[in-house]
Design a binder for this molecule. Sequence first.
Ligand SMILES: Nc1ncnc2c1ncn2[C@@H]1O[C@H](COP(=O)(O)OP(=O)(O)OP(=O)(O)O)[C@@H](O)[C@H]1O
Length: 657
Amino acid sequence: MMYTQSVKYVKDPLWAWKNFVERGIADAVLTRPEILESWQRCRKLGVNAYDGIGKDRLDQKELQQLILSNSQLVEVAKPFMHTVYQSVQGSGFMVVITDKEGRILHTCGDSGILDKAASTIRFIKGTNWSEQAVGTNAIGTALAMNKAIQISGSEHFCQSHHYWTCSGAPIHNSLGEIIGCFDISGPAEYVYLHTYGMVVAAVEAIENQLRKEEIQEEKNRAYELLSAATESVTEGLLAVDKEGRIIHINPVAQKILGLSKKIETGQLLKSILGPNEKFSEMAKQLLWKTDVEIVQDQGRDRIHCTCSARPFSKKDGSIAGVVFTLREINKVRRLVNMMVGATARFYCKDIIGESGVMKNALKLISVAANSKSNVLLTGESGTGKELFAQAIHNHSSRTEGPFVAVNCAALPRELIQSELFGYNEGAFTGAKRGGNPGKFELANEGTIFLDEIGDMPMELQVNLLRVLQERKVTRVGGEKVIPVNVRIIAATNKDLKRAVEEGRFREDLYYRLNVLSIQIPPLRERGKDIELLTIHLINIFSENLGKEIDGAEQEFFEAIRNYSWPGNVRELQNAVEYAMNVAEGEYLSVTDLPRSIHRQPNYLQEMGEVISLTEIERITVESTLTRFNGNITKTAKALGIGRNTLYDKLRKLGVRA
Ligand SMILES: Nc1ncnc2c1ncn2[C@@H]1O[C@H](COP(=O)(O)OP(=O)(O)OP(=O)(O)O)[C@@H](O)[C@H]1O
């Protein structure tokens, strides 16, 4: 009897479940310890062994939210669930993942088994499958034990689960925290040990994938942090590999290098900066360098910067590339030059002009910029001689040095010497303590622009010639010889050749200065440039004056084309500024121009109008004033009258100076 009983005991594990549930007897021989422990937990939690139907279920909205907050787990696990399901497909199994509490997030399986699980025990998405909710089961118990487990038939605490076998394993994040559970469930009659193995393998694969994604995210975060950090520094940063491919470039470096387009990593620096770029060469040398000066041609501009190089290595110690730190020199030096009033603002791109004569003159700017010789600019007043001189300086190798402009005609005769060459303390009454450097000293390493050189007194021309020959100056009242490295650009609106012939200008000085000569054409010979310049000026003044003027009427353009512009671009500038100030409409009209321009005699004659002598006088005075920029002395001189007479006339004619 005992034997029969013991055979029955062994063959019917249900007996152990009944003994526990109905009589409270724990059979440690027949029941695995982890199952017994789970049953004991279930009893303590008050789980009904005759129930097991999933009652704690989320509604659709709550389920969506839960899936969203576990989206990474779901997205990573789904392909693995699918792979596992494919290998058990048709055998009545289903695959499930839950969140860390045991709530079902996703299922896949044969439709028959999914239906059965739903209709018999409500084993469906959104249901809580923890031990507390439905007793001992692979999901709830694996989560409670933090260990993989297979549970079959009457090992389940709830009777309604005895039909099932399930294998579950907890899923962990990289910190070892439980984030979910992976489970395979099916009919208990098909219990296979390998489903347990599949669950363990799937969880390992999911955890690996999650770790990979975490590492990638970590990398992305680090990259974003690096980008934010490099974007906030005031220096340019450029990282390149040994082949000269860009690894990283910050906006300041892009600006210093004059790169406006978006730069992709992996691009070769040579393809962006041209074959002569210097960085790739430095990157190849893999040396630490500090504050090396780099001069780089970039289109029409020339980039000057200081650059420090720091090689960086890979994990294995081999050099991966170089990080360059860039600082714009031009800016620093220009700032200093600006403080001493010695900067050139204009480049070729600022010179407006597309007429043939201007194109030729512009070509010569490049020739002059690339040469070391002195330059003589000739052209009428206001044609842009200083503009040309600045552009030559800015495109030359001296661009980072000072640009010092001296108007020889504006300097009182007795001061020219000390202005140009400087003076020592006590050189003359009123001399500053400590003396003063002259323009040549201030222009050292840069360019000196000697405007209106034709007005330089004969006795000083010889001193200038000496400086040109010896490249040294001696201050007034001093003995020390100071070496100067200065390039000279001289300009004149006079016929210097005739001045030489007439003995007013030294021939030797003329030839010294006139090595490269550029003749700037008068505005009246520049055809379509007059309109181009007018449009350019309207745009500039619209911005400066804060006035919205969109252009000019046809008659306006006719009038400016008909006028002869003795004061050239400067006069045009004044006329457009005047018109912009008086204009009331959206477009400049011919009547907005100074009367001297829109009512000049030729123009009126064409219209057959007769004008009075007073009117002619007014027009002449107005146009001369405009030409000389409102300068009373020059206007009076040009009209051949005294300053007081001019004031009288202005009053009588009602003309404002
Ligand atoms: N081609 C041009 N494009 C744009 N602006 C110009 C051009 N030519 C001259 N200008 C402008 O006209 C004005 C007069 O030019 P600039 O002072 O260079 O002439 P200049 O020949 O040196 O005159 P001056 O002989 O009286 O010293 C400046 O404001 C200059 O910017």
